[in-house]
Design a protein around this ligand. Sequence first.
Ligand SMILES: Nc1ncnc2c1ncn2[C@@H]1O[C@H](COP(=O)(O)OP(=O)(O)OP(=O)(O)O)[C@@H](O)[C@H]1O
Ligand SMILES: [Mg+2]
Length: 380
Amino acid sequence: MHAPLLSFVGHSSLLQTVTLVNFRNYTHRTFDFHEPIVALVGDNGVGKTNVLEAISLFSSGRGLRSIKLSEMKMLQAAQAWVVSANFSLGGTPVPFGTALDYSPSGTERRLIRINQLPVKNQATLTEWLNIVWVTPSMARLFQEAGSIRRKFIDRMVMALNPSHTERLNRYEHYLRERSQLLRQGVQDDQWLASIEQRLSEDGVAISIARSQLVRQLTEAQSNDFSSPFPRFFAQMEGEIDQWYRDSTALDIEDKIRQGLRQSRPQDAITGGAAIGAHRSDLAVTHLGKHMPSALCSTGEQKMLLHAITLAFIRLLDSYRDRLTLLLLDDVVAHLDQDHRTYLFQEVQTILDKGANLQIFMTGTSAGEFANMGAVQIIQL
Ligand SMILES: Nc1ncnc2c1ncn2[C@@H]1O[C@H](COP(=O)(O)OP(=O)(O)OP(=O)(O)O)[C@@H](O)[C@H]1O
Ligand SMILES: [Mg+2]
């Protein structure tokens, strides 16, 4: 099922309600949203992040905490969790639902319905809407493994380019299949070559899409030197990313294919694949300090993350075909007044220009959102 082409005018796209059943600390609760900026406020442990997590399940994957689906079930509940939502997309109401389910063999899986119809492939969600989040644990982004930074970039790429989700899923599927064959000592050259062919084609498309997004983010930064957020330079770095400087995409596909063929014996031992898009990493430089992000202080790294998020918000101005939900968990509480005011102004400017964006934030008190214009405060 493909998302229909909806015409989006102003803020006619919104997440309007979300209902959590047996989800974490909620037995049954509905939240109504009617503004493009929503703040969930309340004491620690009241259930703010849980609401964001429930919303994040309308994107592919295991949500904002990236945790086992069964752990999201209310501990005391007998039945599985269900999260349902009503979106207005381009003025058209579209109901979404997702729930924990078990396959006949007992493995957990997630059911998804859009417009009452079951959806087999989670990637379909990206055709309808995008969800991107920033959580406190992401402040460590620049100290984590490269895979975490790739995921961070990939979520943003998906927001601008829905086919990225399916391509990534396919890429990971073929990576797994290849390493399984190699581990089992299967020497079927034709089979391996066809997998490597797909890996090189998808890998090139994936790395081009990532590099393009990272370049757009760098360019989308405000030229406003009064911004309290650091300026950054970002690019994807890796063996294949270097090749783009002097080779065409087709040449690079060939090189990856050859590289994979040569690395079969080594990959059979290590279990990975020595070359490909899964080996690229996001490199960010703090321009004010002329420092690579990994060497920046904890506070500087956090501000770099927010600067990238702000650039992404600005970038959304030119991508209005689908609604983007931006979930900012605990972000505002950790910003001083200057940064907060600037962030709010930027968000408001982008919304006023008609960006197809809805932002959900959490905080411990309504006061944290005092300077923000039309924010809907939900006290939990
Ligand atoms: N599976 C579960 N079953 C029941 N309760 C749960 C489950 N998982 C988490 N909780 C509870 O949900 C509560 C709310 O958690 P949540 O992380 O949403 O709080 P929060 O409002 O974001 O708090 P903070 O301000 O500290 O970030 C916690 O008290 C937690 O113990
Ligand atoms: Mg929280």
